[in-house]
Design a protein around this ligand. Structure first.
Ligand code: S3P
Length: 170
């Protein structure tokens, strides 16, 4: 099985992926971390500030391509991965894509004000991005979980039950 977690910044993709890795005994890959390792920088913020977003997106596309044939893995993606359809074609190959859906307000309360991701520094722009991306997350998702007001353990329980249903019906 290959599980791909998508959703906006602050959706909890990384926290959930870490939990699922243990529960399902799968490998876990954090795309942002792989991108950072490839870049030689120390964070996504540093890549954006020193190399530019274009460079980040090139690395992201490369990483998505390398994950095309991966199995027995849970992958947490960065919020912008859906802006490039080829990324999603590669990631979705033989996978189940789960959209962790939450309101923009939930993202802003979850995200650190001191050290936000680069595209969450300007709240107005971040909100615009949310509006643009929301329909994309929905269109690429096999399963959608609404996470507003849910605790991580509740989200995990829903994800596991929905994966079981999805597999029964496919
Ligand atoms: C981005 C989200 C970040 C990271 C990068 C770009 C985006 O990941 O990939 O800063 O475009 O939404 P998270 O969604 O894990 O914060």
């Amino acid at each position: 099985m290959k599980i791909i977690l998508i959703g906006f910044m602050g959706a909890g993709k990384t926290s959930l992926a870490k939990l699922l890795r243990k529960t399902l005994s799968m490998e876990y890959i954090d795309m942002d971390q792989v991108i950072i390792n490839l870049s030689g920088r120390s964070s996504d913020r540093e890549i954006f500030d020193l190399d530019g977003e274009k460079k980040f997106r090139e690395l992201e596309a490369q990483v998505a391509k390398n994950l095309k044939d991966k199995i027995n893995v849970v992958i947490s993606t960065g919020g912008g991965v859906v802006m490039n359809k080829t990324n999603m074609d590669n990631l979705k190959t033989n996978g189940i894509t789960i959209y962790l859906k939450n309101s923009f307000e939930t993202s802003s309360t979850r995200i650190s004000k001191k050290n936000p991701p680069p595209l969450f520094r300007d709240l107005k722009k971040a909100k615009e991005l949310y509006e643009i991306r929301e329909p994309l997350y929905t269109s690429f998702a096999d399963i959608i979980i609404s996470t507003d007001n849910l605790k991580l353990a509740q989200i995990e329980a829903q994800v596991i039950s929905q994966i079981n249903n999805y597999e029964k019906n496919s």
